[in-house]
Design a protein around this ligand. Structure first.
Ligand code: ATP
Ligand code: MG
Ligand code: MG
Ligand code: MG
Length: 576
């Protein structure tokens, strides 16, 4: 490729809205161009990186036995209504109507569509296991799109979905994907950690996030330097505080009287055993106006770690609890549980629960609190004033560095990370909702066991730069650099010798399949070098008359502090 034919557009300054280094450098290097909030044009230089990332992912997915297909970006709402996600998902799900007024969604993920394919196509146990994947555009109407491609609204994801006949086989599919992810992130040249992650409503212990280590990461991960323990801090807290997460919630059977009901009524409705110990409780409240419209939504998360009586907590006996209860905001709950406030129910009803009855105060009366399904709200619930004030939100983290590791093999350290991949065992959540069955050996229909596996293709660019840059610009790992080598001739327009040597080297490297760019733009050396250091090309060869007189060129690796002289004849072998 010649620079004069390609499209290169670098900037001296990053735009003001770019907060972190990867966003700044991607903008300055002309990799992306902003179109709107969370919407970016992938410019030619950036697209080359995306394609390389996709290539690595594709080759490892294929090697692991997954099968590529492509599902539409625009998906009929009907499928999403079957699983209930059309109603349940919050505003992150972009809903649109066609000219006939029919509902559609722009896919944030594809469980529904792939399960629809599976229930039609995978009929016999003989066709299982099967793993379908695609690399496709996603849309999530993120509350706070930021950091460029790191948290876009439109972005590219590789998502894969496995279908198995039973739990054991699903476990093998999960392990298989876990292994493939390790190979992918190794090949991408990233420093990462696979950490145990929250399984939310699904439960179980099969969920891992692949976190690229970076101080600017939005996630916090805890790990034990002297053992294998590593987890997303969210999970660690959820496990410690919510031992019964994943248990089913129950719909309401009756509605309490507005203004009259107390916590005891709620407990009765929920069939909670008031004589036992609180493990965890999440309640959402909608404050209504006279017209019955929601004027304010709030989610109250009350968590009690261990076998503590709520009375003890109230009495301030928090020893060993480390702030064993806390309140969270709507946003935190949405982010954490992935469901819409107002439809949150108590979590973990299978665990023993205790609610202290009759803490009714007038100023917090007449709330409607959410259930786990639409139209199953409690109304008229009153809340005790003696609950902690919401400013405890600030103190949301209970785990700190130096805490003992849960495996007892050392103490915990904390790092920040960027979630670039996620593997997740789904069980029969979607197959049950959509009746995706296969026939077993005896001809009996059985629900398929599923797993889902995502990689944030475009987010990887940002994550790679967060890890690999210096004051001059990006330092791409070879495997995903837009160009691996740049040939910089000095005075090409004046010197036939330089022109010939550069053209020849360009051809020779190309013939070897090396991604090489010849900078024939005629820029001054300083400007030329600055561009390629900014863009992050890992290898640079400078050809000048002076060097050629001694049969030499200058080679500089992007991380090298100075150039080294190389015989022109040796360059190809050096770069091979
Ligand atoms: P996050 O916690 O960052 O919001 P997520 O857990 O919602 O991510 P998943 O549903 O697990 O994301 O999707 C799989 C992968 O897609 C993530 O691991 C991440 O790499 C990527 N991804 C998710 N949201 C975005 C986004 N808004 N922009 C870019 N990549 C994203
Ligand atoms: Mg998200
Ligand atoms: Mg996440
Ligand atoms: Mg995730």
């Amino acid at each position: 490729m010649k620079a004069s034919q390609f499209f290169i557009s670098t900037l001296k300054e990053a735009p003001a809205d770019a907060e972190i280094v990867s966003h700044k450098l991607m903008m300055r290097a002309g990799m992306i161009k902003r179109l709107g909030a969370g919407l970016y044009n992938y410019m030619p230089m950036g697209l080359r990186v995306i394609r390389k990332v996709e290539h690595i992912i594709r080759s490892e997915m294929d090697r692991a036995g997954a099968v590529e297909l492509l599902m539409p970006v625009v998906q009929p709402a009907e499928l999403w209504q079957e699983t209930g996600r059309f109603e349940k998902m919050g505003p992150e799900l972009l809903r649109v109507k066609d000219r006939h007024g029919r509902d559609f969604i722009i896919q944030p993920t594809s469980e529904e569509v792939v399960t629809d394919i599976a229930r039609q196509e995978l009929r016999s146990y003989k066709q299982l296991p099967k793993n379908f994947y695609h690399i496709q555009t996603k849309f999530r109407d993120e509350r706070r799109p930021r950091f460029g491609v790191m948290r876009g609204r439109e972005f590219t994801m590789k998502d894969a979905y496995s279908f198995d006949r039973d739990v054991a086989s699903a476990g093998r599919s999960y392990e298989n994907m876990y292994g493939a992810y390790c190979k992918i992130f190794d090949r991408l040249g990233l420093q990462y950690r696979a950490v145990a992650a929250d399984t939310g409503a699904i439960g179980g212990d099969r969920s891992h996030e692949f976190q690229v280590i970076a101080d600017t990461g939005e996630d916090a991960i805890i790990y034990c330097p002297t053992s294998d323990y590593a987890a997303n801090i969210e999970l660690a807290e959820a496990l410690a505080l919510l031992p019964s997460r994943g248990a089913a919630t129950q719909p309401l059977t009756k509605t309490p009287t507005p203004g009259k009901s107390t916590c005891a009524d709620v407990a009765e409705l929920l069939k909670l055993d008031l004589t036992q110990t609180v493990k965890s409780l999440v309640l959402a409240t909608d404050e209504l106006n006279e017209q019955g419209e929601v004027v304010k939504s709030q989610v109250w998360l009350l968590l009690v770690r261990g076998d503590h009586d709520l009375n003890e907590v109230k009495a301030g006996k928090l020893d060993g609890l480390k702030g064993g209860f806390r309140f969270a905001t709507v946003g935190e709950i949405e982010a954490h549980f992935g469901c819409k406030p107002g439809y949150l129910g108590p979590i973990g009803l299978k665990a023993p629960l205790k609610i202290v009855a009759d803490r009714t105060v007038a100023n917090m009366a007449d709330f409607v609190c959410g259930a786990n399904e639409p139209d199953f709200h409690f109304t008229g619930v009153n809340w005790g004033r003696d609950l902690p004030e919401p400013d405890l939100v600030a103190d949301i983290r209970n785990v700190v560095a130096g805490d003992p590791s849960p495996d007892g093999k050392g103490v915990l350290a904390i790092q920040r990370g960027i979630e670039v991949g996620h593997v997740f065992y789904l069980g029969t959540k979607y197959s049950a909702a959509m009746n995706a069955t296969y026939l077993d050996e005896t001809g009996k229909p059985q629900l398929m066991e599923m797993g889902c596996y995502g990689i944030g293709v475009t987010r990887i660019l940002g994550a790679a730069i967060e890890q690999n840059h210096d004051e001059r610009g990006i330092i791409w790992p070879d495997s995903i650099a837009p160009f691996t080598v740049v040939v910089c001739p000095i005075g090409m327009d004046r010197s036939e010798a330089v022109k010939d040597a550069a053209t020849q080297l360009h051809q020779d490297l190309q013939a070897l399949g090396i991604d090489v760019l010849l900078d024939d733009r005629g820029e001054r050396p300083g400007a030329m070098f600055a561009d390629w250091e900014l863009v992050g090309v890992p290898h640079r060869v400078v050809i000048s008359d002076r060097g050629l007189k001694e049969g030499q060129v200058e080679y500089q690796g992007r991380r090298d502090t100075e150039a080294t002289k190389l015989a022109l004849a040796d360059v190809v072998a050096h770069l091979k």
